[in-house]
Design a protein around this ligand. Structure first.
Ligand code: BDR
Ligand code: CA
Length: 320
């Protein structure tokens, strides 16, 4: 099995917690560092949640760094409506016995510089930390095998009708990350909701005698309830894996259908701020890709093999 050396940047977050559990438990993943950023919750809560989830997973040796406590320019707007005030929807995780390292960007820089294997950086929150890495150590960012970020969308949004939460949370940061000079994959809302587990999967996790799968079961039950509320339905059979789908797609890249497309992010204006513009035209029309919106060609996820991603998640969590 090919090992993937990984830095995970998180704003934990119910679905970030699932992503952490998957990254820790999957045998293909060598999780080298976890960095925290303000997003779904304030930085202190994100750090506390991240350390707590890693403790449940028995991964107390993985270095954790506390990063940006607010976006580069925008104010910090947490996702209280979806993730609850503390970020984990009221689900308690143990208070970790250790503290985070004082700076995430330092940790990223040192981890990349010390690694012989090219690292994959997976970002699951607003891209503030990653942008700071790109600006402070561009040569190290260019050394990355790939940046995979959960964020953006080629069609609709969730934070606004057209902007996805992580892109909208720090649009300037995403603009900087698009200039990183390494391969980039956008795992956006176009595929985000399609990576799912079934009610039987959630029951199997919740009934496990082990702590990590049991926590995953509780997190997924919460996401299922929130999904019902969002879609205004009385019952929702399957549950979206959220950020954990991004990690599953890194583990099983052939389960992700991507297209190399020009992507830009809207920084000005009110209504459109934070929207990712994905140019899917087969050929240019009257306007070209230049002008006021810089575009970078990146790999945009447009489809997934949902059964394959579900297997990756369930096998790792149940230890098959
Ligand atoms: C993204 O926003 C957050 O609520 C989730 O953790 C995910 O990273 C989805 O738009
Ligand atoms: Ca997230």
């Amino acid at each position: 099995m090919k090992r993937i050396d990984l830095i995970l940047d998180v704003d934990t977050g119910v679905d970030d917690a699932l992503a952490l559990l998957l990254a820790v438990r999957h045998p293909a993943m060598r999780l080298r560092a976890v960095t925290c950023v303000a997003g779904n919750a304030g930085l202190d809560d994100v750090v506390r949640n991240t350390l707590g989830v890693l403790a449940v997973a028995g991964a107390t040796g993985i270095p954790v760094g506390a990063g940006a406590e607010r976006p580069l320019i925008a104010p910090h707007r947490p996702s209280v409506l979806f993730h609850g005030a503390g970020g984990l929807g009221g689900i308690a995780v143990p208070q970790a016995r250790r503290r985070a390292l004082p700076h995430a960007i330092d940790l990223m820089r040192k981890t990349i510089a010390a690694s012989r294997a090219p690292l994959t950086l997976v970002a699951l929150g607003p891209l503030t930390n990653v942008a700071l890495l790109v600006r402070t150590a561009p040569h190290l960012a260019r050394r990355l095998a790939r940046i995979v970020f959960m964020g953006g969308s080629a069609h609709v949004g969730n934070a606004t009708p057209i902007a996805e939460f992580n892109a909208w949370g720090d649009p300037e940061a995403l603009a900087i990350v698009l200039s990183a000079g390494c391969p980039i994959t956008m795992y956006g809302l176009d595929v985000f909701f399609d990576a799912i587990v079934t009610p039987a999967d959630v029951r199997a996790l919740a009934d496990s005698p082990k702590r990590a799968p049991r926590l995953a079961g509780r997190l997924l039950s919460y996401l299922n309830r929130m999904g019902q509320e969002e879609r205004r339905v009385a019952a929702l059979a399957n549950t979206t894996l959220g950020d954990a789908g991004t990690v599953a797609a890194v583990i099983a890249p052939t389960a992700l259908k991507t297209a190399r497309l020009p992507v830009g992010i809207v920084l000005d204006g009110h209504a459109a701020r934070g929207q990712t513009i994905v140019d899917r035209r087969a050929r240019k029309g009257e306007g070209d890709h230049g002008g006021p919106l810089p575009m970078t060609e990146i790999d945009v996820a447009l489809g997934i093999d949902a059964a394959a991603l579900r297997r990756v998640f369930m096998d790792a969590l149940l230890g098959h």
